[in-house]
Design a binder for this molecule. Structure first.
Ligand code: AHR
Length: 614
């Protein structure tokens, strides 16, 4: 029986409640939604980004082709360039399997080059079966200048390679680029259409960007401002605007290089294009994501606070203001209408974070009292850091707190009432990241059940976004993810479809209702109920086993079972839920998955589960 209160005394649901969180993780930007097809276009990859990188990563060269870092460079923020000797060539294999082109479509090529005298350069696009379009020619001459050409693909291929070949005169080249002309909304330096359209189809109320862990820390090593042109700078928005050839690339927290071709201007533009409120997050100068470091450099803090004020001017200031003028120069004289801004992400040191957050907030509110400055509750959904962070957020009258959690589907089912008891007079909640651990229909269903709890509490939970948003097949640091892609295709997970249902048919007001007489589940569940084993990337010693049933499992004497989810920590270890009786064809459970193993495996695991009630 369902009793519905027709008086309409439930919470009002804002149109902006459900949004998306974009982070450059899983190669979501370069090699993902950013439509550039050339990998390492500016020869800036370095071991600081990833120990396996060199400035020639992504390239094969023939003849005399040297990467140089000297005064002959393109500009001070673009350090390396490729010096091609007479007859030398450089071939780029794109991201993952190669450069994908579609028959009949046009691809815009450009490069910057410099030469003493006239240096003809032949540009060709081919795969193992031969040319993919007519070869092009540009002639570089004199100082650094940009040269352009266009290809029309006469075949479809996912394994294309782009070659630049010098003729009889040596030439220096940089920023070698190839874009499909058919980008999302046809924008230059634009986004991959299929991916952007999948995000748009969610009808997001907001777009949180650019992270995540990548905001505060430039690398896994932790907080490091870097000096000079060292890598590992935190994500600083000013590095990401202006002409792409002047955007200094940086190490990404997730272990690769980020070109910043998708930068703050493009993020704001994308938010506008999909009708979402932009919600940028700036570094708070306290590390999060497992690191414990806070800056004690007041000048640095001052600079970051000023950068944040400048960011607001970039987004909202008139075209005549210093930073508004930069936005206008890039093509958007009208303001972007920024109303919310996050400071920090998952800081482990709540007291240090709050001290710095308050300085950011005071400076922002003094100039822009209408901007909502969003704080956070640290990395966990409960525990000492979480409690302390919330205490500080409450004590300091914070307007909105960003919470993050990734839990089992069972947790989501059991915690539907999480926000029922939140203080109605305290800070509002921005559930900036959440997901149950899997991409099965069962996971999506658990999330849907949970979202009914978010909506019931829409007076407190003002914003919510599933995370992460995108994952490139074969370049995954974190899963599950909402939308998956390879070089030619993209597909939404079950979780994506569930999000889409909620996001495209969001109600205006909660109508309180109560169900009674719910039939009890009875009878034993026997046989295989399905487990998904999940080995994460080399970056994590984190292996989990998820019961797909989501029901309460009886404890048995399986070795690691202690009635709780266990996260594996050591090499070769793994975890079980609730000590469920697990039979494996493999005798030694510790050898099932080795930490650091990045592949998918199928195991013949059987679970015998009996509901407690049964
Ligand atoms: O969404 C993936 C990561 O999860 C985010 O970068 C971080 O904020 C959280 O720990």
């Amino acid at each position: 029986t369902i009793d519905v209160e027709t008086a309409g005394s439930g919470a009002t649901i804002d149109d902006s409640m459900y949004g998306v969180f974009f982070e450059d993780i899983n190669q979501a930007a370069d090699g993902g939604i950013y439509a550039e097809l050339v990998q390492n276009r500016s020869f800036e990859y370095e071991a600081a980004d990833n120990p396996g990188y060199t400035p020639k990563t992504g390239w094969d060269t023939g003849g005399t082709a040297e990467v140089r870092d000297d005064d002959g460079r393109l500009n001070a923020r673009n350090r390396h360039y490729l010096a091609l000797g007479a007859g030398a060539s450089a071939t780029n294999g794109g991201f993952r399997t190669g450069i994908a082109v579609e028959e009949g479509k046009t691809y815009d090529f450009s490069l910057w080059a410099r030469a003493d005298g006239d240096a003809p350069l032949e540009i060709s696009l081919a795969d193992g079966d031969g040319a993919l379009g007519a070869a092009q020619k540009v002639t570089a001459s004199g100082k650094w200048a940009k040269y352009e050409a266009a290809f029309t693909a006469d075949r479809t291929s996912a394994t294309g390679r782009l070659t630049v070949k010098a003729g009889g005169t040596p030439a220096a080249v940089d920023m070698v680029s190839l874009f499909p002309r058919d980008t999302y909304k046809g924008r230059a330096n634009g986004l991959r259409k299929d991916l952007a359209e999948k995000v748009e189809a969610l009808d997001p109320g907001f777009l949180r960007f650019p992270g995540g862990c990548l905001v505060n820390t430039g690398s896994h090593q932790g907080y490091d401002e870097g000096s000079g042109w060292e890598r590992k700078r935190s994500y600083q928005w000013k590095d990401t605007i202006g002409p792409v050839e002047t955007r200094a690339t940086n190490a990404n927290f997730w272990g690769y290089n980020q070109s910043y071709g998708l930068g703050y201007y493009e993020y704001f533009q994308f938010a506008e294009d999909i009708g979402a409120m932009p919600l940028p997050v700036v570094p708070a100068l306290v590390t999060g994501c497992g690191q414990n470091k806070a800056t004690d450099d007041p000048e640095l803090l001052k600079r970051h606070i000023q950068d944040t004020l400048d960011l607001i001017e970039f987004a909202n200031g008139p075209a005549t203001s210093e930073w508004g003028a930069k936005r206008a120069e890039m093509g958007h004289p009208e303001p972007f209408g920024l109303t919310h801004l996050g400071v920090g992400n998952e800081e482990n040191l709540p007291d240090e974070f709050m001290a710095r957050f308050k300085e950011f907030r005071a400076a922002i509110e003094a100039k822009h009292p209408d901007i909502t400055v969003v704080s956070n509750s640290g990395p966990d959904d409960s525990g000492t850091v979480f409690d302390r962070a919330w205490q500080l957020n409450r004590d300091n009258d914070v307007a909105m707190v960003d919470e993050h959690y990734y839990n089992s589907p069972r947790w989501f089912l059991e915690n539907n009432n999480r926000y029922d008891s939140y203080d109605r007079n305290g800070p509002k909640v921005f559930l900036g990241e959440y997901a149950s651990q899997g991409n099965t229909f069962g996971n999506a269903l658990a999330e849907a059940a949970y979202m009914t709890g978010l909506e019931r509490n829409a007076d407190v939970v003002k914003l919510a976004s599933y995370a992460p948003l995108l994952a490139g097949e074969g370049t995954v640091q974190w899963e599950p993810d909402m939308i998956w892609f390879d070089n030619t295709r993209s597909w939404g997970s079950a979780n994506y479809e569930m999000q889409k249902l909620f996001m495209t048919s969001t109600g205006d007001q909660v109508v309180p209702s109560k169900a009674s007489g719910t039939p009890a589940t009875s009878g034993p569940i026997t046989g295989a109920v399905g487990l998904s084993t999940w080995a994460t990337s080399a970056a994590y010693d984190d292996v989990r086993v998820t019961g797909a049933d989501g029901g309460e499992l009886l404890a048995d004497d399986f070795a690691a079972g202690d009635g709780k989810w266990t996260q594996a920590t050591g090499a070769g270890s793994w975890a079980v839920q609730d000590g469920a009786y697990v039979q494996s064809d493999e005798a030694a459970e510790n050898t099932l998955v080795t930490a650091g193993d990045t592949g998918w495996h199928d195991y013949d695991l059987k679970v015998k589960a009996t509901k407690k009630s049964g």
